[in-house]
Design a protein around this ligand. Structure first.
Ligand code: CUA
Length: 310
């Protein structure tokens, strides 16, 4: 194990990599020992109890309670250990720390675009070392899969729904980012790099690149808010118009007319823009047009960022 790759696994450079690798090696060695034990016993018995003459007949076999109990109890215990251990690592991989630095990811045939809250954009992912980074990912066309082997993170990227991965890089270096879902002709070339900077270098990189960006996503969202006429129905100051105010909307609990409820996370906000009739909040009517589904993925990300900032 360690930082360098092995015959089994690539180099490890994130906080979760050690846990993923330990579980992998546990399963690998348990499987190896069981395989050798079962196949070895089978070969030994085939030789030891081979038919020696034409008069040879099988002897009756008497049960052995100890052996029978052990081949029930031991595999059950092993499966339970792998389940509990695997579930803990699954949760660790699935739940980003609340102080994570968030970056938007847009996948399309056949490249990646990374957008930072400062407005900077890049085709290579830039992140700070020793800081949790959470990616909010969406596809502009088919399903892709964001995969950084060295970080042991992989997640599908869909059109129409945000998915997330998080990681914390443990050293400054560059690592391969690959697409791990077959997405058409140039799928195998849908590669880029993740560049892990020191915290200072990362701030510098952001500052240098933000100079090129004319607006942050939230600022672009604010422009769309007026361009698309959202203001006619959605206030920013809590005043109730035809639709809910955007003030404090993100993160709040929404009660729907069908009696269900949901937290207004990024996926909810996006859905409420592209398919407003899907869930109607109590106290409102289904008046919002469905025309906003034609907004680009970038515009929708910007609107979500703008609503989240209110
Ligand atoms: Cu994108 Cu494969």
């Amino acid at each position: 194990m360690g930082d360098q790759g092995t015959v089994w696994l690539p180099e490890a450079a994130s906080t979760v990599a050690g846990d993923v690798d330990a579980l992998f090696y546990f399963i690998l060695w348990v499987s190896t020992i069981l395989f050798i034990g079962v196949i070895g016993t089978m070969v030994l018995f085939a030789w030891r109890f081979r038919r020696r003459s034409s008069q040879d007949r099988p002897q009756p076999v008497r049960e052995n309670k100890l052996i029978e109990a052990s081949w029930i109890v031991v595999p059950t215990l092993l499966v339970a250990i792998v389940f509990v251990w695997g579930f803990r690592v699954f949760l660790e991989l699935g739940i980003a720390p609340p102080n994570s630095y968030e970056i938007d990811v847009r996948a399309r045939k056949w490249s990646w675009l990374f957008e930072y809250s400062s407005g900077a954009q890049s085709s290579e992912l830039h992140v700070p070392v020793h800081r949790p980074v959470k990616l909010r990912m969406i596809s502009e066309d088919v399903i892709h899969s964001f995969f950084v082997p060295a970080f042991r993170v992989k997640a599908d990227v869909f059109a129409g729904r945000y998915s997330y991965v998080w990681f914390e890089a443990t050293r400054q270096d560059t690592f391969v980012v690959a697409c791990a879902e077959y997405c058409g002709m140039a799928h195998s070339q849908m590669l880029t790099r993740v560049v892990v900077h020191s915290q200072d270098d990362f701030e510098n990189w952001l500052a240098n690149n933000a100079a090129d960006a004319d607006m942050t996503p939230a600022e672009r969202g604010e422009r769309l808010y007026s361009q698309q006429g959202c203001f006619a129905c959605h206030s920013l100051d809590g005043i109730e118009l035809t639709g809910p105010s955007f003030q404090g909307l993100a993160g709040s609990t929404r009660m729907f007319t069908d009696g269900t409820s949901a937290e207004a996370d990024a996926n909810y906000l996006r859905q409420a823009i592209v398919n407003p009739a899907a869930e109607i909040v109590q106290g409102y009517e289904a008046l919002m047009p469905g025309t906003y589904s034609s907004l680009s993925a970038a515009d929708l990300d910007a609107l979500v960022a703008f609503i989240e900032a209110q």
